[in-house]
Ligand binder design. Structure first.
Ligand SMILES: *Cc1c(COP(=O)(O)O)cnc(C)c1O
Length: 368
């Protein structure tokens, strides 16, 4: 028989999940409300320091609510990192608004210089900016926040991959006007699927809660003045989330250790460069990512697959997607180059040292 498969980022349970789910069944709150939904929100507030949190069915839903609450409508422009996952920006289309994509810089995250240029060249003043802390690494927030303040643009953090990351000791998701975390099956923590919308602004989170539960006015017969969505998180899944939050700190430490192990074993290879971490920050290293100067990453993916190891290219930038062929973009080739040269390695927090060495040995074998 072959060796066990090593997945990219599989779920990693703490062991308490089923006990909490049993409590949900005892209470019979098998619904998108209940004690565990509240507890999950309290955990996020306590860990990150944010004042208001709303548990949802996904981070994508959270970004949709954020744009709706901030009044982004048809014809409005929304700036966004181009180097990201589609869930980061599809909400712009849900609102019939127009994206303006901004390329990355040497940090792999959005370039503040290109962001300024994008604002200058926009057909009309953009209303919001969605930044992604890619692979759990913090963006250059000092510069980005200064630009948004000066221009009067709302800042939304896509912290789907960066729950537990910090910048000058402050948690990701607490810098923007609003932010989202994701609990999809492949993230740092998972509820199988789920998300959290957070903000310092209580009114916005209350409005988002109203919209996430079908925009029912406060009458027994359900009166409707506007339309909403069915975006709340199930109490059953929130029970998983509470158990997962109890081990968040340990999960981040473990992902960073896996990165260090890869670095120790692969950094002597000249053509390999790892994703950098900007000064004053501590990322989650959600995925260990790197680029090859010469080798085609596709060859590495195939060699790893033969060893029953899952790996994947970096995100394909949004401005290279057929869906956005007519969208505006300010780019200088950075994220395109990263996409063409880069690779994500298995990085799940349940990996052991032997697994990491198995990946490294396979890579070394084909590079020499
Ligand atoms: C996973 C992810 C999302 C979407 O999260 P869901 O909870 O699956 O909707 C959005 N943005 C980024 C950067 C992601 O990695």
């Amino acid at each position: 028989m072959g060796k066990d498969r090593i997945f990219l980022s599989p779920p990693h349970m703490s062991g308490k999940e089923q006990q909490y789910i049993a409590e949900v069944f005892e209470s019979n709150y098998i619904a998108p409300l209940g004690a565990f939904v509240n507890r999950f929100e309290e955990h996020i507030k306590l860990y990150t320091g944010v004042s208001n949190a709303l548990a949802l069915s996904s981070a994508t839903a959270g970004l949709h609510l954020a744009l709706r609450v901030l009044g982004i409508r048809q014809g409005d422009y929304v700036l966004a990192s181009s180097f990201t996952f589609i869930g980061s920006v599809s909400s712009i289309l849900y609102q019939n608004a127009k994206p303006i994509f901004v390329d990355s810089d040497e940090s792999w995250n959005i370039s503040p210089a290109l962001l300024k240029e994008a604002i200058k060249k926009a057909p009309k003043k953009p209303k919001a900016l969605i930044i992604t802390h890619l692979y759990g690494q913090m963006c250059k927030l000092d510069e980005i926040i200064a630009i948004c303040k000066e221009e009067g643009i709302y800042l939304i953090e896509d912290a789907a991959e960066s729950l537990g990351a910090s910048y000058h000791e402050r948690q990701s998701g607490t810098f923007g006007d609003m932010a989202v975390y994701s609990f999809n099956g492949n993230k740092i923590l998972t509820t199988s699927g789920g998300g959290m919308l957070v903000s310092e602004n209580r009114t916005w989170i209350e409005k988002a809660k109203f919209l996430s539960t079908q925009a029912k006015e406060n009458y027994l017969h359900y009166e409707h003045k506007e339309f909403g969505y069915n975006y709340r998180m199930s109490n059953v899944l929130a029970a998983i989330g509470v158990a997962q939050m109890e081990v968040l700190a340990a999960r981040v430490v473990k992902r960073r250790e896996i990165f260090e192990l890869y670095r120790k074993n692969l950094s002597k290879i000249d053509e390999i460069q790892f994703m950098p971490e900007i000064e004053g920050s501590c990322g989650t290293r959600w995925l260990t990512t790197l680029t090859f100067d010469k080798t085609n990453p596709q060859d590495v993916i195939e060699a790893l697959e033969k060893e029953n190891i899952e790996s994947r290219p970096l995100w394909k930038p949004m401005h290279m997607q057929p869906l956005f062929k007519d969208a505006q973009v300010i780019e200088d080739g950075t994220s395109q180059r990263l996409f063409e040269k880069g690779l994500c390695l298995p990085s799940g927090s349940s990996m052991n040292e032997e697994d990491v060495l198995r990946v490294c040995d396979t890579i070394k074998r084909i590079l020499v």
